[in-house]
Design a protein around this ligand. Structure first.
Ligand code: NAD
Length: 493
């Protein structure tokens, strides 16, 4: 692997951003080390409840007294278009920050930045085109207006795996609707969120419309959930924290959107293009090193083709290029931290005890420069029994659990036999099979002969314990709006 080194002078100390000003706090900062090399890459401020409250107050004032919620959609669209242009200008810088803080390969990080820009451009169009309905068929002298208004102060709590992309599934849509925001990124990977705050200032977003408060989830995130001044909390993260947010927010009745964990299946039928399917299945489980909510963590494969298909996967998995974040050739990077690496390997050990067979990988990579980081070899585990931990629980690493099926009914039953319902992929050459299975799968997204695909127009979100609410697309934009009905009686018919 190519070893890469961060210039120590580049280590940036970030503050919090409240009401348009960056504040450096006295408290001990979080130090972020590159999980692929061990080098220090950033320091983030550690806010307490008092600082968090000031972030909420700033967003509240900007909503209640500021111009942002009421200026024209064209004016909001212009700010978002400028943000997209500035992100293009800083594309490589953003990608590098993302790669170094998360441990993902730079090629993946570049794709994340590109995808994020696409979301901002789409949201800019939403700001321009949103409109309501007029009802003129209600009888003489009676007219109804159904309008959409910004839903208020939005708190955004985001995880570490796609810090920029997941922020951009929320922020530009909320801004397009006229909302104001206070964001709490993961304390591990807050760099790009804070860079976006400064780009938005450059794009002339009014002060206080976007505030960023970094700090511990239990302090900052919980206050955002409890606060009556927050109208809507949009959360992406684990199911466990999602549940605690529901509990903490219950006294306020605020709106929630919860994008939580997943355990997606790739379902492969014998009539699929098996070469493409093998590449797709492997991509699905190793993309972002498996640290992906929609990761194709399970393979359900028809028993007639299973032995050969798994053998091909094992060969291809061994050929994948695992490498440091700035290694241009790498397609699989490092785990986010050592505890997580241990948890991932714990799943593999548990599967062995449950009688499954490790076909490839299954261990930590430690040779040479790998020794400086947290790398897991891409891992295929065959004969994973339904109901075991590896079959049911989210691993969040490059570990594929393989289970065989005999017919379509069993494939659907196995795919739906987990608590999560975020996404699944179907690989088949038959439109009949693909459509029938897609309709029977209980997940917010189904991919057919593709995987981890998408476009800004297409909503994403979960069912069951993967959460509720949708992001992206027109539906995702409308989540940040409230419908108001204005009923007018006039004396002249
Ligand atoms: P996490 O739930 O530990 O943390 C997410 C965010 O919540 C972080 O900013 C964290 O500081 C904050 N937080 C922690 N405790 C909190 C509390 N008590 N109250 C409020 N906020 C709190 O998740 P993670 O480890 O950062 O990310 C991995 C998880 O995110 C995985 O389960 C993954 O499936 C999920 N995820 C889901 C999606 C999706 O779209 N459904 C996308 C990416 C990741």
């Amino acid at each position: 692997m190519a070893a890469t080194h961060t210039d120590i002078n580049r280590v940036k100390s970030y503050g919090v951003v409240i009401d348009g000003a960056t504040e450096h706090l006295d408290s001990e900062p979080f130090e972020r080390r590159n999980p692929g090399t061990g080098e220090l890459v950033a320091r983030f401020a550690r806010a307490d409840e008092h600082v968090t409250q000031r972030g909420i107050d700033a967003a509240r004032r900007a909503f209640d007294e500021g111009e942002w919620p009421t200026i024209s959609g064209q004016a909001r669209s212009r700010v978002l278009s400028t943000l997209a242009t500035l992100m293009r200008r800083d594309h490589e810088k953003l990608a590098r920050i993302e790669a170094e803080e998360t441990g993902k390969p730079i090629s993946t990080a570049r794709g994340d930045v590109e995808g994020s820009i696409g979301l901002v451009e789409y949201a800019a169009a939403c700001a321009l085109t949103t409109h309501g309905d007029v009802h003129t068929n209600l009888g003489p002298g009676f007219t109804g207006l159904v309008t959409r208004e910004p839903c208020g102060v939005v708190a955004m709590v985001t995880p570490w795996n796609f810090p920029l992309l997941l922020l951009m599934q929320k922020l530009p849509f909320a801004l397009a609707a006229g909302c104001t925001a206070v964001c709490k990124p993961s304390e591990l990977t807050a760099g790009t969120t804070l860079e976006v705050a400064s780009l938005l200032e450059e794009a002339r977003l009014p002060s206080g419309v976007f505030n960023v408060v970094t700090g511990p989830g239990r302090v900052v995130g919980e206050l955002l959930a409890r606060s009556p001044e927050v109208d809507f909390l949009s959360f992406t993260g684990s199911t466990a924290v999602g549940e605690s947010i529901v509990a903490a927010s219950s006294g306020t009745l605020k709106r929630l959107s919860l994008e939580l964990g997943g355990k997606a299946a790739s379902i492969v039928f014998p009539d699929a293009d098996l070469e493409k399917a093998a590449d797709g299945v492997l991509f699905a489980v190793t993309f972002n090193s498996g640290e992906c909510c929609v990761s194709g963590a399970r393979l359900l494969v028809h028993e007639d083709i299973a032995d050969e298909f798994v053998a091909v996967l094992g060969r291809k998995a061994a050929e994948l290029h695992v490498g440091a974040p700035l290694d241009e050739e790498a397609t699989v990077g490092a785990m986010i931290h050592e505890q997580h690496l241990d948890d991932v390997l714990g799943f593999v050990a548990g599967a062995r005890e449950d009688g499954a067979t490790v076909v490839s990988g299954g261990e930590r990579l430690t040779e040479g420069a790998f020794g400086d980081g947290f790398y897991v070899a891409p891992t295929i585990v065959d004969h994973v029994a339904p109901g075991t931990r590896l079959f049911s629980e989210e691993v969040f690493g490059p570990v594929l659990a393989v289970t065989r099926f005999t017919d379509t009914d069993e494939a659907v039953r196995l795919a739906n036999a987990v608590d999560y319902g975020l996404a699944n992929s179907v690989w088949s050459g038959s439109i009949d099979t693909a459509l029938e299975v897609s309709r029977r799968l209980r997940s917010g997204t189904v991919w057919v002969n593709t995987t981890i695909d998408g476009a800004p127009q297409l909503p994403g979100g979960g069912v069951k314990r993967s959460g509720y609410g949708r992001e992206m697309g027109q539906v995702g934009f409308e989540e940040f709006t409230e419908v108001k009905t204005i009923q007018i009686r006039t004396s002249l018919a």
